[in-house]
Design a protein around this ligand. Structure first.
Ligand code: WT7
Length: 647
C-alpha cells in the first residue's frame, strides 16, 4: 500500500510518491504568486478556462467592490462539458450515483451523457420561457438532475438558486420570493433511510403566492403527486421533445452565475452573489490543486448540492477538470454504519472530502465498521465546514486513512466561492486542527480589535486582503447595505471580515470558529436570529435567545432560552409546538436540542439581548465585565437554571 505521507519532526509531509505525482510540490509557489497575485491569476485564467473572448482588464477594485477578467466572455456549461466531449473524456465517467437503498440500481453518466442531458434540458428551459438573467430555483435531492439543472441554467445564462431539499416549504418560499424566480425545478420525491420523502408536496406548498410560473418535476421515487395542468411539467417528457444541441449563451465574466442563500446574523437569509469568470477560474484551480485531481481519480465530496461545497466541488470544480465524481443520495449510516466505507471500496474512491460532523458520527460507531473494508484506494482525505478537533482528525487520519493519506483541512465560506486556506497535498504540512495557509495568490491575516496583525499564538479575527480572490462574492442579492455592513465595516472597505476567529500556530492559520451570531450545526450554517424569529412567532412567547451548545457529534446544537407570557405555564406540549414551529419555518436541521424557559435574559441598556454572555455561560467561560448590562442580576439566576438542567 502506497504511503502518501511521511512524518518529519512534529508534522506530516507528502511522501516521495505523493511528490512524484502532485501538481504542486514546490513551496516557492506561495512566494511567486504573492509577488504579483493579479498576474498569477491571469495565467491561471488563461490555462484553466476556455474563453470566447479574452478580458480587457484583469482586476478592477472600487472598494468594497471588485471585478475580475473584465470584458471576458465565456460560458460555464461549455467549460464543464463541451470542451471534454471533443477529447477522449467524451466517454469518461462524469457521475457515479449511489442510491439511498443499496440494492436499488446505481446510475453512471459519462461526460457525453451529461452533455446531452444538459443541452436538451437547456432547450426545454428556453421553451418554458427562461431567458438570460432570469432566476430559476432548484429544489432537488441528491440526484444527477441537480447538476444537470445547474448546468442547463448556466448554458442559457439563467441564474440558479439551489435550495437544500431538506429546507421547509416556508424556507423555500422566502427564497423564491426574494429571488423572484419564474421557474422551479423539483422532484416527486426521494429516499432517506429507506423512507420516502414527498418533495413535490413541499414544493406545492411553497409556491403558493410566489412568482413561480412553471414547475419542472423530475421523476425519482414515482410516488403519487399532484400535477397542475399548464404549470407543472414532467422533466422526462419535456426532455424527450427537446433538441440535442443548445448553443451556449455568450456570458460576460461578471454576469451572475448563481445566487446561494446563506445565514447571516439576522433572521433573514441573504443571497450570496457569484459571477461567472472569476468563480470558474477559482473553482477549477482549487479543485485541481487542493485535491490533486488526476484523470485516474474518483473524487467523492459528500456535500449536498444545496450548499456552496456542493456547487464548487460536486459540480463546477470537478466538471471543469473532467473528473469522475461520486454522489450519494443519502446519509452515511444507512442501512449500516459502514455505508460510506462500502461505497469507497466498491468504486475505489481515491479522494474523499467530508465534514467533521460526519467524521465524529462515524467515529462513534467504532473502528470495526471501517476495518471491514479495503480502503487502500484512498490517497487524499479532506475536511470542511467547521474546525476539526484533534480526536476526529487523528481518527480520520489513522483509521480511515490508515496513516497513509494527508488530511486537507480546507477553510472557506459560501462567500469565498472556493477553498481559500489549507495545505496543498504535495506541499503540506498536515497538522491536526490547523488549516494551513492562504491559497497561492490570495492573502489572509489575523487581526486584533485595532486592526493590527496578531502575534503567533494570539487570537484575532480572520480577514482576507486585496487583491480579493477571483471567486469571492460580488455582493448580496438586492441588499447592498447588508453587504457593506457584514463584510466591510469592521476593518474598513479594503479588508474583508470573515466572521471567524483564528490564530497563528507555527506560522500556519488555525481557525477557532465563528465570532459572530452564526451557528454551525453539523456543519450547516444557521443564524441564531433566524431560529429566534421562528420561536417568537408563537403567541405565548415574549422573547427568546438561541445560542450554540457544544455537542460531541454535531459540533454545536441550538439551545433556546425562552421568555413566556406571564400567564402561561410551560409544558411539554408547548415545547413541542415551538420545535414544530422551527421545523416549519426553517427545517429539521434547525430544531432546538433543548428549550429552557426563563424569566429574564441579559440585555444591554438599549434592550439588545447579549448572546455573548449566554455563550460564555454555557461554555463556562469567564463572563467578563457585566456592568454594561441593564439587568446584570439575571445572570446569576440563569447560571442556576443551567446547572439545574445539567448544562
Ligand atoms: C463557515 C462558512 C464553505 C464550506 C462549507 C461551509 C466554517 C468552514 C472550515 C474549516 C474551520 C470552517 C467557518 C466559515 N468553516 N470550513 N476548514 N475549519 N471552520 O460554508 O456554510 O458558508 O460556512 O464555516 O466558520 O466561516 P458556509
Amino acid at each position: 500500500m502506497v504511503k502518501w505521507v511521511v512524518k518529519k519532526g512534529k508534522f506530516y509531509f507528502p511522501s516521495k510518491e505523493m511528490k512524484k505525482i502532485a501538481f504542486v510540490k514546490n513551496e516557492k509557489i506561495y512566494k511567486e504568486a504573492g509577488e504579483n497575485p493579479i498576474k498569477f491569476w491571469e495565467k491561471l485564467a488563461r490555462e484553466g478556462i476556455s474563453w470566447f473572448k479574452t478580458w480587457k482588464k484583469t482586476y478592477v477594485e472600487k472598494p468594497p467592490y471588485f471585478k475580475w477578467f473584465v470584458g471576458g466572455k465565456l460560458n460555464a456549461s461549455y467549460n464543464c462539458l463541451d470542451r471534454h466531449i471533443n477529447t477522449w473524456r467524451k466517454n469518461k465517467i462524469a457521475i457515479i450515483w449511489e442510491p439511498d437503498i443499496p440494492n436499488e440500481k446505481n446510475r453512471i453518466l459519462s461526460y457525453y451523457d451529461l452533455y446531452r442531458e444538459v443541452n436538451r434540458f437547456a432547450n426545454a428551459l428556453r421553451e418554458l420561457g427562461v431567458k438570460k438573467g432570469d432566476r430559476v430555483t432548484i429544489y432537488l435531492p441528491m440526484i444527477p438532475e441537480i447538476q444537470i439543472s445547474m448546468l442547463a441554467c448556466a448554458r442559457i445564462g439563467a441564474i440558479h438558486s439551489v435550495v437544500f431539499s431538506a429546507f421547509s416549504p416556508n424556507a423555500l418560499k422566502t427564497r423564491i420570493l426574494d429571488a423572484e424566480s419564474k421557474v422551479l425545478i423539483t422532484a416527486d420525491g426521494y429516499y432517506r433511510r429507506g423512507k420516502l420523502i414527498n418533495l413535490k408536496q413541499s414544493a406545492d406548498e411553497a409556491i403558493e403566492g410566489t412568482s413561480i410560473e412553471k414547475v419542472v418535476v423530475v421523476k425519482r421515487a414515482s410516488n403519487e403527486i399532484n400535477m397542475k395542468e399548464g404549470r407543472d411539467f414532467w422533466y422526462d417528457e419535456i426532455i424527450k421533445k427537446s433538441k440535442n444541441y443548445c448553443k451556449p449563451e455568450i456570458i460576460d465574466s461578471e454576469d451572475v452565475l448563481f445566487i446561494l442563500y446563506s445565514s447571516g446574523t439576522t433572521g433573514k437569509p441573504k443571497a450570496i452573489v457569484h459571477t461567472t469568470g472569476g468563480y470558474l477560474v477559482q473553482a477549477y484551480w482549487t479543485a485541481k490543486w487542493n485535491f490533486d485531481l488526476h484523470d485516474e481519480d474518483i473524487f467523492w465530496c459528500t456535500s449536498d448540492l444545496g450548499w456552496i461545497t456542493g456547487h464548487t466541488y460536486v459540480c463546477y470544480g470537478p466538471f471543469l477538470n473532467g473528473t469522475t465524481i461520486l454522489m450519494h443520495e443519502s446519509v452515511p449510516d444507512y442501512p449500516q454504519p459502514d455505508r460510506w466505507w462500502e461505497i469507497i471500496e466498491k468504486y475505489g474512491v481515491t479522494i474523499f472530502y467530508t465534514a467533521p460532523t460526519a467524521i465524529r458520527m462515524l467515529m462513534k460507531y467504532g473502528d470495526e465498521w471501517v476495518k471491514k473494508h479495503d480502503l487502500s484506494s484512498l490517497r487524499i482525505l479532506g475536511s470542511v465546514g467547521e474546525p476539526v478537533d484533534k480526536d476526529a482528525w487523528l481518527w480520520y487520519f489513522n483509521v480511515v486513512g490508515n496513516g497513509r493519506c494527508p488530511i486537507i483541512d480546507t477553510w472557506w465560506q459560501t462567500e469565498t466561492g472556493g477553498n481559500l486556506i489549507n495545505a496543498l497535498p504535495g506541499i503540506g504540512p498536515f497538522i491536526p486542527t490547523v488549516a494551513g495557509r492562504a491559497f497561492p495568490g490570495t492573502r489572509a491575516s489575523v487581526l486584533d480589535e485595532k486592526g493590527k496583525p496578531v502575534k503567533e499564538g494570539e487570537r484575532g479575527s480572520l480577514v482576507l486582503l486585496p487583491p480579493f480572490s477571483p471567486g469571492m462574492l460580488r455582493g448580496l442579492w438586492k441588499d447592498e447595505k447588508r453587504y457593506i455592513e457584514t463584510y466591510w465595516s469592521k476593518y474598513g472597505n479594503r479588508i474583508y471580515y470573515t466572521g471567524d476567529g483564528a490564530l497563528i500556530e507555527n506560522g500556519f492559520i488555525k481557525i477557532t470558529g465563528r465570532e459572530d451570531d452564526v451557528l454551525k450545526v453539523a456543519g450547516h450554517r444557521l443564524a441564531n436570529a433566524e431560529i429566534e424569529d421562528a420561536i417568537n412567532r408563537h403567541k405565548d412567547v415574549i422573547e427568546s435567545a438561541v445560542i450554540g451548545m457544544p455537542d460531541p457529534i454535531k459540533g454545536e446544537v441550538p439551545l433556546a432560552l425562552v421568555i413566556l407570557r406571564k400567564d402561561v405555564t410551560p409544558n411539554e406540549q408547548l415545547t413541542n409546538e415551538l420545535i414544530k414551529l422551527v421545523e416549519k419555518e426553517i427545517g429539521p436541521i434547525a430544531r432546538p436540542a433543548k428549550i429552557i424557559y426563563v424569566d429574564d435574559l441579559p440585555k444591554t441598556r438599549s434592550g439588545k439581548i447579549m448572546r455573548r454572555i449566554l455563550k460564555r455561560l454555557i461554555k463556562k467561560e469567564d463572563l467578563g465585565d457585566l456592568s454594561t448590562l441593564a439587568n446584570p442580576e439575571c445572570v446569576e439566576k440563569l447560571k442556576e437554571i443551567l446547572v439545574s438542567q445539567n448544562l
